[in-house]
Design a protein around this ligand. Structure first.
Ligand code: PA5
Length: 427
């Protein structure tokens, strides 16, 4: 399933010394009495999720797959990253002819070029929209949705467009909920006590993930398995807590946690992780800056810095043991490229040796501490487990840091300035 290995971290202190603090944090999480305790709904969610809504998600996903070529997910931050991370990790990055539905993304940028290109692409497709916003007022998402809705209504008419728009938002509040009531869209709720970056296992992530053809029952089963496993407050029995403590110790003399993957389709998992850790911990002048690289690709670029540059970082490597597909290096009659020493070897074998060689280079010569997380495979069950593992870690890690891991006060400041510059009333 998931294994954590801290032997390459050279931690100075013992994990066991944290047991009293961990007991107090476990209690804060259970009683919801810590900072941001009102936003701990994700903790028991794999058991407590709304089963009725889950069935509606499955039904709606089938309807979308049966009736449209494309689903546009319109959201930003926690309102799109989790879905995209899981879809990319499982479906891969190549256009897949077997897929009956393509999922694309808008609402995460103001880029006029990207926006126009998405609209151009959609002009010749049948498409549905899943607009996702907890607040219902996020400007990137609102503008994109207005444009998408206009295009759809022009293409199929107002009545048909209403049957192709699905909204995920707060159950009572916000402009999007008001629009849902006005237009009669099928809608899903984002629970009050689950913040954006912890919402991937709610309708926020589940509807697009299910629409893409991924088994959300398996995803939730994996998350539930993790929930049970990581509810144990004993450090030696709980890898999520061990990882939180290791990060906390490494933070004493490192500034950056570099997430490393060896699968290009994990790039959005790394983006989801960057949001989860940066937005949860980067406050009060504290926190590790999360970065990400995809190896071996980035061994030919950023790898130089990791090996030899300023000693400001440690790595957290996410390695998948069994790839979804594998293939062997072919034999060449004249061996002009000198690769016959690898003929017949699976590409997974080469990837693994690149991983082991890099690990040794970074740890031994580079003196870079490395946390290893290995995942058996990249299916829905394992992904559900992995997502929950990281959310549990950040709760412990944030409380060890002495901050509220569930708010994001810093993100409001750019909005205030932008609204002022845009001439919004009240700014
Ligand atoms: O984690 C968070 O809370 C944020 O990243 C939000 O998900 C993001 O800002 C989008 O907000 P909303 O869902 O309200 O549009």
């Amino acid at each position: 399933m998931l294994a954590l290995n801290l032997t390459h971290t050279k931690l100075k202190g013992s994990l066991k010394d944290y047991q009293d603090r961990i007991n107090r944090i476990t209690d804060l999480i259970a009683t919801k009495k810590g900072p941001g305790g009102d936003f701990l709904g994700w903790d028991q969610w794999p058991k407590q999720f709304d089963k009725e809504e889950f069935s509606l998600i499955q039904k709606t996903a089938k309807y979308i797959r049966d009736n449209f070529q494309v689903l546009v997910v319109c959201g930003i931050g926690g309102s799109y990253l989790g879905a995209r991370a899981v879809i990319d990790a499982i479906q891969g990055l190549m256009p897949n002819k077997d897929k009956s539905l393509e999922v694309i993304y808008l609402g995460q940028t103001f880029s006029p070029t990207y926006t126009q290109q998405v609209l151009n692409y959609l002009a010749t497709k049948t498409f549905a929209i899943n607009v996702i916003s907890k607040s219902g007022t996020t400007t990137e998402t609102s503008i994109a949705f207005r444009l998408l809705k206009d295009l759809l209504e022009k293409k199929v008419g107002v009545t048909e467009a209403r049957k192709a728009i699905f909204a995920t938002t707060d159950k009572e509040k916000g402009a999007l909920r008001a629009l849902v009531k006005q237009e009669g869209y099928v809608s899903f709720n984002l629970p009050d006590d689950i913040g954006g970056r912890y919402s991937v296992l709610t309708a926020v992530g589940l509807l697009p993930i299910a629409a893409s053809g991924i088994d959300i029952v398996a995803l939730m089963a994996g998350a539930k398995e993790a929930m049970v496993l990581y509810s144990n407050s004993q450090i030696e029995a709980n890898p999520a807590i061990q990882y939180a403590i290791a990060r906390h110790q490494l933070y004493q003399d490192k500034a950056v946690e570099m997430f490393v993957t060896y699968e290009p389709q994990f790039a959005m998992i790394a983006e989801w992780l960057k949001q989860l850790f940066a937005e949860s911990e980067g406050k009060e002048n504290k926190g590790l800056l999360p970065g990400s690289v995809s190896f071996s690709t980035d061994l030919h670029s950023v790898g130089q810095f990791i090996q030899d540059g300023s000693p400001i970082l440690f790595e957290t490597v996410l390695y998948v043991k069994k790839p979804t597909y594998d293939l062997t290096v072919p034999l060449s009659v004249n061996d002009a490229d000198g690769l016959n020493y690898l003929a017949g070897r699976p590409l997974s074998f080469v990837n693994e040796k690149a991983y082991l060689g890099t690990l040794q280079a970074h740890v031994e010569e580079g003196q870079v501490p490395v946390i290893l997380i290995t995942l058996d495979q990249m299916d829905a069950h394992h992904l559900g487990h992995l997502l929950y593992f990281f959310m549990k870690t950040v709760a412990y890690s944030g409380y060890l840091l002495g901050i509220n891991p569930f708010n994001q006060p810093g993100v409001e400041i750019y909005k205030r300035n932008m609204f002022k510059l845009l001439g919004k009333k009240g700014y």
